[in-house]
Design a binder for this molecule. Sequence first.
Ligand SMILES: [Zn+2]
Length: 326
Amino acid sequence: MSSGRKFAKAGFAAGFAVRRRRCTIIAAMAVSVFLPIEVSEAGWLSDLLQNSPKHGKSPTHVTSRKPATLAKRAASPKPRTAKLAAPGPAKPVATKCDPSKFRLVLDVGHTAASEGATSARNVAEFVFNLRLAQRIEETLKADGFPETRLLVTEGKARPSLVKRVAAANELHADIFLSIHHDSVPNSLLENWEFEGKKSHFSDRFSGYSVFVSRNNPDFKTSLAFAELVAKEMKAQGLQYAQQYTQAIMGRYQHPLLNKETGVYSYDQLIVLRSTRMPAVLLEAGSIINRDEELRMDSPERQGIISNAVARAVREFCDTQPVLGPP
Ligand SMILES: [Zn+2]
């Protein structure tokens, strides 16, 4: 990318240290065979993934493992009332999720050293991510979810992926939500001058988008939470970014899983597929779009998004079957 903008390496971490079940390891190895490590042209989304030219074609059939607490809870297909009507010492009793114990990890996308995308006005994506994640954390804690954790990772892009996934796994989170702000592929950037400095923008696209990986060990629950986040964002009158299905996005194209709300799959994204709990990535809005950057910079928009996420968490917590004490 041209001078003044951040470069960031992206690549598939072939030696990824987090232990996975055999099926996942095999899947990862199979993918790595045809996915060489590359250097990304942009900091943007690619900080978080291996640069796969085939990311849209990765396996859709995933052997599901359900290691996280909610995943186990989600394994119960029976309605809560039916469970309650059939008590027994060895049988799980379904109860509502307890917000005081529910742990959402808010992953701040990118790091201070590897800041992700650069906005139209030359502000690092990391700055936007940190501010919004902090606002969401405050909102959730005020809303009765005191176990919410903010995850800020340091260091260069690729090692930070291992660190943030390991940290999330150690926190035994019920849900992992990664906060990002969107940009565009370099080929779509246009030049302008901001405060006397040569800068880049693209006003072509705007909107939020929500991503899940079909390779996450609990894709089903990941998708359920993603749908709630997307639904609540839409309920705020926000539009989702529709360009990810377009050919112009090149290798950044992604399958749209829900055309009503804007949930996409991004199967090889490391933070989505290597976390041992349901995981979702929210691109809260575009910061390369000049108008939307201003909106994303406003406390009003940050409040709207924080409330949308908090409502999604509340709804998720309320609707997930939970295994009670034996
Ligand atoms: Zn990002």
